[in-house]
Ligand binder design. Sequence first.
Ligand SMILES: Cc1ncc(COP(=O)(O)O)c(C=O)c1O
Length: 485
Amino acid sequence: MLHDDTGRTLFEKSRPGQRGTGEIEWDVPRVGLDTLVPAKFRRKKAPRLPELSEGEVVRHFVNLSTKNHHIDKGFYPLGSCTMKYNPKVNESLARLAGFTTLHPLQPAETIQGALELMWRLERMLGEISGMDSVSLQPAAGAHGELTALLVVRAYHLSRGEDRRKVLIPDSAHGTNPASAAIAGFECVTVKSAPDGRTDVEDLKSKLGPDVAAFMITNPNTVGIFETRVEEICAACHAVGTQVYMDGANLNALVGITRPGDLGFDVMHFNLHKTFTTPHGGGGPGCGPIGVKSHLSAFLPSPRVENHEGKFTLAKPATSIGPVHGAFGNFLIMVRAYAYILAMGPEGLANVGHTAVLNANYLYAKIKEGMSCKFDGPYMHEFVLDGSPLKALGLHTSDFAKRLMDFGVYAPTIYFPLIVPEAMMIEPTETESRETLDRFAEIFLEVLRECKESPETVHSAPHNLPLKRVDDVKAAKDLILTHPFE
Ligand SMILES: Cc1ncc(COP(=O)(O)O)c(C=O)c1O
């Protein structure tokens, strides 16, 4: 293909004097900068910025966007990460000037609409999850975990109990122990039983008055529903331990059951996984937490309150305080709010059913080729045991890279750790049957290649802009800057 997109950066393409549409006209007086910043702190030279025409910049970024795989380009079955379609109407709404031109420090009476939206979204998430109060402040699921654990600690301390331990299953997402450690707890691992669920007897043997919380993902990270959840909650509550639900997999439950009704005290949501907001890349997203009423007073401040239609901000004395600047990432909340309203109760009621149906449909199509270590029924995702590949001299990572040659993204690999050569597939509820059929065909084709021409798979990818990279070097020798002269 003939194009000038040779991997050059904008700086390398820059030519002096090239411009876009012209000077920006300021609609506010440019006072202050020259006088307020003392001369010694003002830059002596103009910044070195690339100079290009508008068309060149657009082409540059469009070309880059097609080199990468993304949800608008192709199927993205990344288990546990729930890469689902982000409806474009949510983007338009989040770009409304009435939202984007607000400043978080404006007086409450001038941001009534934004406060009302947050107040309503909190109630919607509470209704969907069965939790009594919700905070929208955390910026991601992992941040929600940390915030929730700080709330749990404040609750125990308010009762004069300095509990130091948090119990976590060995199948948990790595953020669970990381959050517990950052919150100052000691992490204790709970084993998985042979069926892939939590070993309840092991859990019970580790519970005691020193355990602040038990964190459990449901459906868990092997895509299986924790059926003994009521017994688990009862055992924890008997010794005052709070039960935390990692709600990353909530899209499997929406419309079917509610964590609050199952007995959980506290949970986090990942708005990007369940409510179609764009992924936040570990930060600029939204990972709200929901709590039962006994934990409400400890939620981060400020809290939005509704006094007969007048929205105010409160700072309860027992709150753990802010965990994010202002209110969190507000425009992500706008997107989730728009999605929930657009779906309505009936649409949302179908989310869980469709997520589960799609995963089980796909598994039924590929299980003859490769199967799961644990028996189903599976919920929204399933985890294949890729260890038979080893007999062919191959690994799950080879298989995953070859899949990408066919225009689909790879599943999550090597997680959870309790499945050897794990390959975790989550189609999500937003994919059509045709897409699932096509993926199953590709999957079985790669499996055939593994047997008939393993070298093709071992040396993949062949059709991507970058061939096989040295993963270890890429992780250890990360250079994120351009070597300018
Ligand atoms: C089970 C589980 N818990 C927690 C997280 C962390 O969420 P986030 O990526 O929003 O920080 C993830 C992310 O994939 C997850 O799958």
